[in-house]
Write a protein that binds this ligand. Structure first.
Ligand SMILES: [Zn+2]
Ligand SMILES: [Zn+2]
Ligand SMILES: [Zn+2]
Length: 140
């Protein structure tokens, strides 16, 4: 069984060509993918289906939305700790200004912030912009 099939099975989702292809692309790339990138790679599948599948995946705890520094929505695979009830994607995201790729830095948690009295946090987005390791390496 492929990784994509396993993910769908674990989430209790039926396999469809769209779902499988989207997961394959995410697994293969290992980074966040935007809606238009999905469209580009999945030529045979219409945009409404892609849109709906993104929502299903997000609801099921498979993907989380990442807003990169350019205000573009991208979607990245969640870790195993996310499920239908709750997302726990409390990690730093990195957007490369050179290649425009956005990645999850899963191992880096969001530093704890002490909020002013009376405020309570429900979610946090932590996005760092800069140059990724791949792009730095390419220049040498
Ligand atoms: Zn998640
Ligand atoms: Zn880069
Ligand atoms: Zn992430």
């Amino acid at each position: 069984m492929t990784r994509a099939l396993q993910i769908l099975k674990d989430a209790g989702l039926r396999k469809t060509p769209c779902r499988l292809q989207m997961l394959d692309l995410l697994l293969q790339e290992g980074r966040a993918i935007s809606h238009s990138e999905f469209e580009l790679h999945l030529e045979a599948i219409d945009r409404v289906t892609i849109y709906r599948t993104l929502h299903t995946f997000e609801r099921k705890g498979l993907l989380h939305k990442v807003i990169d520094g350019q205000n573009q929505s991208k979607f990245a695979l969640c870790s195993h700790s996310c499920d239908e009830k709750e997302h726990r994607d409390e990690h730093i995201h990195f957007h490369c200004e050179n290649c425009d790729k956005t990645r999850c830095l899963d191992e880096l948690g969001i530093p704890e912030i002490v909020l002013p009295v009376g405020y309570s946090a429900h979610r946090a987005n932590y996005m760092i912009e800069g140059i990724c390791a791949e792009c730095v390496g390419a220049g040498t």
